[in-house]
Ligand binder design. Sequence first.
Ligand code: ZN
Length: 293
Amino acid sequence: MVEHTRFGPAGVPPMFRLLGASTVDTPRLLCEEGLDAFEYQAVRWGPKPQIKETDARRLGEEAKKNDVKLSMHGSYFINLAGKPEVVDASKRRLIACATGAEWLGAGVMVFHTGFYGLFEKDYALKSCIVALKEVSAEMKSLGLEVKLGPETMGRRSQVGSLDEIITINREVEGTQLVVDWGHLHALHQGAFKAVEDMREVAEKIERELGIQVLRSMHCHFSKIEFTSQGEKKHHPLDDQRFGPDFCLLAEVILDFGMHPTVICETPILDVDARKMKEILQQMQRQRQIQSQG
Ligand SMILES: [Zn+2]
């Protein structure tokens, strides 16, 4: 199968709910819209999966039937750099999310790694890596094959700079690269102004993790508002007040022959996911015409 760039929403689009659809209808409705990815939101989960196994498996089957690639956004209540009891509770939540994700047949379970708190950055990162290695080993013993997806984060208080995420991906078995472009933009105070700015990120990933990891990355994308501390609020694609411009990422996707999954995290989830897909396809057509001419 030839891999291709996929687009989809982070969570069930509000319009689907208004139409009376339930979560299990989501893959079919996304397919009808021309979308082919869906990130299931398990962001409030505690120490146990909060979906019934039968429901999860049914959703997984629907996704397969409609060629929608599933991922999961795991619990927000994770801090692998906290006190021992906080880390233990976080590990239990990660295992619960990974179990649910496995039922769904999701490829990756995305999560926020932790907060520096009063720790030195290096020490916080090391704590996260130790904890994640334990989670990864436990998942292996439980037969859970879903990948752990620590995400690049948008606030100065959070573990998850690009370098930190690359280090985690190198050191912890069973991880998948997850790049939130909006977060990186916010963390670095509006980093992405030109294609070169995103190309630098892609080149660094290629250098550190290899071309295949770059090409198959899992992404989050949104326009983003930030303060000196980083991420503040997500905004729609058409909001000209904020960056980054999706055209920049589209250029990089084509330049590096990438086939990422792009999850739209703007407030108008599926509508903007479709817009991103159109931008990429249009750019692809233009390049084909130019190369023929
Ligand atoms: Zn996230």
